[in-house]
Ligand binder design. Structure first.
Ligand SMILES: [Zn+2]
Length: 328
């Protein structure tokens, strides 16, 4: 076990046992121990924890004024390496429902095991469960361009990716509006389960938001229509599901979560020149240093697009405008 996490676990154990012994704070909902049914606290919003900000938006769109969200990953932090404080996870343990990303977030696995073993009564909704996950490297390195590409050995294309660093699954599921719809549906089902009294209210909110997501999808398709070189370069490969949905090709500067070597950087520069890439997208959670290096070499620029912004639809409109402007 990661020793840095141990003190957090001890603290959570304490807070969970307090929780289990019925010491609920004001506004907390309770679990009926005999039936296992959760009883909604009257008038108080239901606390729903999520890992990343876009999930908070989805929960609030479906839950309206009946929910309150707690977000584990604060704005600006890198979700892949973030370690929540005991205080943050204490808040999560008090939530009635925790919506996880379900992939590529190491802290989630530790805490979910903890919740399950202590029977905290928190309903876990795994956002990845019904999403067709893509492999991070399959499209990340442009085919045939030789960015440290390896010959696939026998059995390497099997779905079991656990022991193969080259087959890491892409965790940025929410960057596709189609995936967002699946996530919204799962959130609805979770809320309907813990608060069946308001099922109809949640269903109406869900339907309204699904319509907005459909309209977003249409707008993005229109913006990207007629683009010929459908290739873009990005520091951290957050836009893989977006790229797959809209028939774009993402090349990431970061290679398997690491800064590229000088040799790979040189290859990226050649590729960018060949494909007339003029912009390298960066996001606030990562240093733009090597993206800037590539941009300087190709006489291009670095442009920020945030995959983790909370206001999902306006942000996706903004991001797709930026993509459309920078694709030729
Ligand atoms: Zn990421």
């Amino acid at each position: 076990m990661n020793l840095k996490i141990l003190p957090l676990l001890v603290l959570l154990t304490v807070s969970l046992s307090l929780f289990a012994s019925g010491c609920t704070g004001p506004g907390d909902s309770q679990v009926n121990k005999s039936t296992g049914q959760e009883v909604a606290g009257k008038g108080e919003p239901i606390v729903v924890a999520v890992s990343v900000l876009p999930q908070a938006e989805f929960v609030e769109k479906v839950g309206g004024d009946k929910v309150k969200t707690v977000v584990v990953i604060p704005p600006g932090a890198d979700p892949h390496t973030y370690e929540p404080s005991p205080r943050e996870m204490g808040k999560v343990s008090e939530a009635r429902m925790y919506v996880t990303v379900g992939i590529g977030m190491p802290f989630e696995e530790i805490w979910i095991d903890r919740f399950e073993s202590t029977n905290s009564g928190t309903l876990i909704v795994n956002s990845s469960e019904e999403i067709k996950l893509r492999e991070l490297d399959a499209h990340n390195h442009h085919e045939g361009e030789g960015l440290e590409e390896h010959e696939a050995g026998p059995g390497e294309h099997e779905n079991n990716s656990k022991n193969n660093a080259h087959k890491e699954l892409d965790s940025h599921i929410w960057t596709s509006p189609a995936n967002a719809k699946i996530m919204v549906e799962d959130i609805y089902e979770g809320l309907a389960k813990i608060d069946p009294e308001n099922k109809e209210y949640y269903a109406q909110n869900r339907d309204a938001y699904l319509k907005e997501l459909d309209a977003l999808d249409v707008r993005i398709r229109e913006k990207l229509e007629g683009k010929k070189e459908r290739i873009f370069m990005v520091y951290h490969p957050s836009w893989g599901y977006f790229a797959a949905d809209y028939n774009l090709n993402m090349i990431s500067v970061e290679i398997e979560g690491k800064e590229p070597s000088a040799q790979n950087l040189a290859k990226l520069v050649d590729l960018a020149k060949e494909k007339h890439v003029k912009v390298i997208f960066v996001q606030p959670q990562f240093s733009p240093r090597s993206a800037q290096a590539v941009a300087e070499e190709i006489g291009g620029e670095v442009v920020a697009v945030d995959p983790l912004a909370k206001n999902y639809i306006p942000n996706m409109d903004k991001v797709s405008d930026i993509f459309a402007r920078n694709l030729v």
